[in-house]
Design a binder for this molecule. Sequence first.
Ligand SMILES: Cc1ncc(COP(=O)(O)O)c(C=O)c1O
Length: 484
Amino acid sequence: MNKLSQSSAPIYEALKKYRELRIVSFDVPGHKQGSGNPMLKEFLGADCISVDVNSMKMLDNLCHPSSVIRDAEILAAEAFGADHAFLMVGGTSSSVQAMVMSVCKPGDKIIMPRNVHRSAINALIIGGVTPVYLNPGVDKRLGIPLGMSIADIRQAIADHPDAKAIIVNNPTYYGICSDLKSIVKLAHEAGMKVLVDEAHGTHFYFGDNMPVTAMAAGADMAAVSMHKTGGSLTQSSFLLTGPAMNPEYVRQIINLTQTTSGSYLLMSSLDISRMNLALNGKQIFAKVQELSEYARKEINSIGGYYAFSKEIINGDTVYDFDITKLSIHTREMGLAGVEVYDILRDNYGIQIEFGDVGNILAIISVGDRLLDIERLIAALSETKRLYQKDPAGMFDHEYIEPDVVVSPTEAFYGHKRSVPIEESENLVSGEFVMCYPPGIPILAPGERISRDSLDYIAFAKEKGSLLTGTEDMNIERINVLEGK
Ligand SMILES: Cc1ncc(COP(=O)(O)O)c(C=O)c1O
């Protein structure tokens, strides 16, 4: 067998060989290299559709890898400094869910910040796991949730010594990192595992001068969105494990919910992107950092906007900051982030990652060029000139502390009735409400509906945020728990 090296991409190489063999397929997918769907073939291209194939001997099987997928996993584990890496084709949502279900059984407790992505709370519902929420502090000026405080973690461990694990965002959507090494130390001393949502942290593994990675900090598992900042196709992700995890058991957990028809487009994109970052990541992310720093400096010199960075580090709830996240505070100009988000797209043809009530986030990544950054800076400058308003009366915080009445699982499966959302104050929500993106629930199942959350929802609606989560697609009604 050839020795594996980071300059190889085993799945990609196997697919190229497969294509050369011109195999006649009497298996699925039924489009048969696109012949059965000319419009799709024309749209995606013959090369692309010819490798949309099913598992077979020479291409291995994602549910039970023993050749090229196994080799791609070994190379990924090496590149990320993990003991094991799993190729995931159900988004980082599936990686987050596999993490929780690998360490918790129904009835177990898990310590986590409340400003997690919906996939983490969904994992609790699926797995019957009870959260012990830590409320992150909020930055007063920016209104955004911060990282986890070490004192809060120490207290949560003391209050809930039976919790099985701690979930940490590394970083948050806005680029904020907690003190991961200290969290790992405290958790391991208490016999708990550390699960890290690194949906927004792929580049930490490859660039210089980046915040610490989950694997380097000694965490037990990490969910890494290769598709977000690593260049792979949408929906592809890596799940990484450390030395204390049993990879065979983790694979069984993954296989509980994973498709048996893993997409080779997604898997080859993970394989090729891993190779690219392992070989070129340092230069790529040095350029990304340079572009973000340039953009931040120019945007701050426009006035009115505040593109924040490492100056918000405070040694605890902001232990480190990811400078590739171009997070910009807009409220002081009288503009909600979501308004700026819409203006940039509708008037300037610029799509940014998200806008919340007071901030926007532009993601700078492997694919960005100086030219595009200049366009963003110019558009922001003009937006200020044309749309600036008085900020009086604007909603000023992004995070609302929840009042958890029953667990998400109990609430999700509980007896519910539907009420108009404006009449739901003080009732207990049976479902989620969130703006997407970022997908961090304003309300999760089991939480009492406060005036503050209703005001936030009304403000976000008025400003044009995409709200989601309730059964009612218009978010005019909400299912609440009977008798609570
Ligand atoms: C923090 C965080 N975790 C997990 C996810 C889920 O990732 P995916 O969309 O790949 O399922 C997201 C998606 O935005 C996220 O922001």
